[in-house]
Each structure stands twice: as C-alpha cells, then as structure tokens.
Design a protein around this ligand. Structure first.
Ligand code: HAM
Length: 458
C-alpha cells in the first residue's frame, strides 16, 4: 500500500487512548449552545433577508486554503505574520485555516471567473491565534459581503448600506460609522514616505513597544491604542492630503452617497485597518458600549489589487465582515436583539404509552404546526408541566378513554386575548382534529398555522 499510513493515537503521544477522560473546548474557542444558538439563527435570518433584498448571493469557500492565498493579505500584518494557523497535510501541502474570507473570495473569483458585478455574502468560522479575551477568540465567526468587478463609488455605498441596514434590523443604535480613504498605490507610496519620515522624527515620543513598527509597518502605528503613540499619531501627516484627484473624488462621491441615504458617518484620518490589501474607501462600525480593544464590530473597504495578486484579471472589489460574537456583545450592551423564545404551538400529552404522541406530533408537524411531546412515558402531571413550560397554546390529550374511542381532547392552555376566561376543553374525533384546532387557534386570536385549515384530519 502506498501513501501515508494512519497515525495511531499512541504515536501522537496520546497516552492510554481508550481510558475515559473529559475534555474541554480549546482555549479561545467556545461551544454555541441553546438558547444562545437561537439568537445566531435569528441573526443569520435577518442578514440573509437584507443581503437577498440587495441582490447578494451566498458563497462558501473552504475552511483551509493554500497558505499563499492568505499571504496576499500582507506578510507584515499580524493576521498573517503572527496569528495564522498553518500546517502541512499528509502530502506536504502547506495550508492555513482561513483567518478571513476576502482573500478566499478573490481566489474563488480568479478561479471561476463569474460575470461581474459579482455580489456575494458568506458566513462561518475563522481562525486567528490571538490572546483570547472578551470579544476576541481564536475561532470566531464572521458574516461578510463582497462586490467584485466594479469601481463605482455607489458600490461602496451599497456595501456600507447593507451593513447599516442590518444593524438597524437587529436594533443596534450605538455603533457609529468611521470612514477614510487609503487612496491608490501612488497615494500609499507618497504617504508612506511622509509618515515614516515623521515617525522617525518623533521616535522618542512613541511607546517603546511601537518603535520597531516604523520600519516594519508604519501604518499600524496610526491605530495604536497606547497613549503615547496615539498622541504622536494624532499629529501625524494625514493621508487625505496625499489622495490623487481621482481617489479624492471617488471618496467624495462615497460620502455624498452615504449622506443621500441618511447613513451617518464621520471621517477618521487614522482609520487604516490591519490588512494590507486596502485601497480607497475603508470603514469601521465601532460599538460605543464595548471596550476600545474589541469595539470594532464590522470593518471593510476596497481592495482593487487583490484579485490580480491572486492570479485573476485586474478586478476592483469592496466588502465588509462583521464579527458575530462581537455584534452580539454590542447588542447585550444595548439590551437589544434578545434570545428569541422558541415556543411549541401544540403539546401532545399521551398517558397510554407514547404511540399516540408519536403519531399525533408527526401528523401535526405535517400540518405546519410546531408540535412537541415528552418521552419516557412520564406521568400526566409531568407532561402537563412540560406543556406549560413550552409556552404551547393548546394541549392535545390522549388517555385511556380517548385511545379506546379514537378521540383526542383539545385543551386550550390560555385565555383568548382580552378575556380572563379559559375556554372549555373538547373531545373530538381524530378526523375533525385539524378543523377543531383551526377554530381554537382562531378563538385564541393566534394566527393558525396556514396549512391547518386545508387538511382533512388525522
Ligand atoms: P477584520 O477587521 O480583520 O476584517 O475583521 C472583521 C471583523 O471580524 C472585526 O471587526 C471583528 O468584529 C471580527 N473579528 C476579527 N478578529 C476577531 C477575533 N479574534 N475574535 C472575534 N472577532 C473578531 C476582515 O476580516 C476583512 N476580511 C473585512 C473585509 C471584507 N474587508 C473587505 N471585505
């Protein structure tokens, strides 16, 4: 047999692999558990609705790629230089877990050459070896969107508007939008020289931990949070003064477009972002309710050279990504977008062994009703308690009498809106169950699930 042989756990240094042992999530990762997971599902639903209204299609790229795809983010960036999860597979391919999706989307564009403008959105886990803290994880989750194939400033406005509309939909109010322009290659070269010269002059005033960045990554000094460095950065030359006529007018058109749509924003000269591929527009939404170190809930910008750097034709692009964990922390800080309460509509109670509950709950789900039941032949009392806890509007009860007669008892669990009087329960033939349920839902003023009325019964 050729090819790599399976590795035994012993060979991996896992002692006594068969012995029971408990494990926890690796540092910087977390399990997403109910009921919080319900919030994620709702969040995704709200984003899908906004993205589809704006004409974006879903794209999914691999969790790992050739390490070279991500090298294009910038070898000198923390994301690539310090935080990437790299590994060699069993065939010695050098791969990396994706730290972000823009490079992958551009790689996919270069590979498949779809027609432009190509408007796509994505979601999923991303990986950065960072120091874990609140809102900063090693496996985190992003939702993002990218438009490739147009340099039209209205595409920048559309992308920013998509993020802003989504934040409105989740109820977030305190996440101001900062914008800036990185200009083009000429701008960056001229500005880079001016900034480096300035930083050399002010070297002694910088926080010692930032001094070596002057040579390695002078732009990163601009968004340093360290007090001494921030003071130097405040007085640094501004990139706005180095924009070419064309990039300045592109940026002007983006800002006036945002004004026209009523999207509040402010110019932030020091907004340079941590990835090297940006050209022209950059932006960030920062939640005022979170600590400065992790208050960026969404960031993005233009990257007009990235597709070409990944072997594709010259193709402009603009996009954003938002961190789901951070966005939800920002929602918590504002007390919005709470965990949705997922209720059953009907709870089936069966004291005859469980077969009736099995059949009826399946039947009800076929009618479009959210139906649930207890397992393990619990007592009537325990099943009633479960029905109450579920928030169901109606309990269906099958006891010995009902089982013998082929009937079901329909018991409303709450009073009709505006009344304080519980409706009487009724025992009906299974064949008229669907119409009875429709009448009870009507009387309770609960919109009956649409398909109930069309059915002919069990
Ligand atoms: P980014 O600013 O590196 O940009 O990440 C976007 C968002 O992901 C951040 O604003 C933050 O909410 C979240 N995030 C990043 N790292 C972590 C972490 N370790 N833990 C929790 N959340 C995190 C990008 O990734 C670009 N690809 C955005 C883009 C799209 N630019 C153009 N198109």
């Amino acid at each position: 047999m050729s090819g790599p042989q399976p590795t035994s756990l012993g060979a991996l240094g896992v002692a006594d692999a068969a012995a029971p042992r408990s494990f926890r999530t690796p540092i910087g990762t977390h399990d997403l558990m109910p009921p919080e997971s319900g919030r994620w599902v709702a969040l995704m639903g709200a984003f899908v609705a906004a993205a589809e209204r704006a004409g974006f299609d879903y794209v999914a790229t691999p969790i790992f790629e050739d390490v070279g795809v991500f090298a294009r983010i910038g070898e000198g960036t923390d994301v690539v230089g310090k935080e990437m999860y790299e590994f060699f597979d069993r065939s010695d391919r050098h791969l990396a877990l994706r730290p972000e999706c823009t490079a992958s989307v551009c790689r996919a564009f270069a590979q498949h050459r779809p027609t432009t403008p190509w408007k796509v959105w994505y979601q999923g886990p991303f990986f950065r070896y960072e120091a874990p803290q609140a809102g900063r994880f090693r496996q985190f989750h992003q939702i993002g969107a990218e438009t490739l194939g147009t340099d039209d400033p209205d595409a920048d406005v559309e992308i920013i508007a998509l993020a802003a509309t989504f934040f409105d939909a989740v109820g977030l109010q305190r996440a101001p939008l900062a914008v800036n322009s990185m200009g083009d290659a000429d701008t960056r070269a001229a500005y880079g020289d001016a900034l480096t010269a300035y930083l050399h002059r002010r070297r002694a005033d910088l926080d010692p931990q930032d001094r070596d960045k002057i040579e390695r990554h002078p732009l990163r000094i601009l968004d340093s949070k360290r007090t001494a460095t921030a003071a130097v950065a405040d007085e640094a030359p501004r990139i706005a003064d180095y924009l070419t006529t064309e990039t300045a007018s592109h940026f002007e058109r983006v800002r006036s477009g945002l004004d026209a749509l009523g999207i509040e924003h402010h110019l932030e000269h020091r907004l340079v972002r941590g990835l090297d591929y940006y050209t022209r527009t950059t932006f960030e939404f920062r939640a005022t309710g979170l600590d400065a170190a992790q208050n960026a809930i969404c960031g993005g910008g233009r990257y007009n050279g990235l597709v070409e750097a990944l072997g594709g034709p010259p193709t402009p692009g603009i996009g954003f990504a938002l961190g789901i964990e951070r966005l939800l922390l920002a929602c918590d800080a504002e007390g919005v977008f709470e965990v949705p309460h997922r209720r059953a509509e009907v709870w089936v109670i069966d004291t005859t062994g469980g077969a009736a509950a099995r059949d009826l709950s399946h039947y009800l789900r076929g009618l479009g009703i959210r139906a649930d039941r207890c397992f393990d032949d619990r007592s009537m009392r325990a099943q009633m308690r479960a029905a109450d806890r579920s928030g169901a509007e109606i309990a269906l009860i099958v006891g010995a009498d009902e089982a013998a007669a082929g009937t079901v008892t329909v018991r409303p669990l709450r009073c009709p809106d505006g009344t304080g009087t519980q409706m009487a329960q009724q025992t009906v033939q299974r064949s008229s169950l669907a119409s009875t349920l429709r009448d009870v839902f009507d009387a309770l003023n609960s919109p009956a699930p649409a398909v109930v009325g069309e059915s002919n019964g069990a």
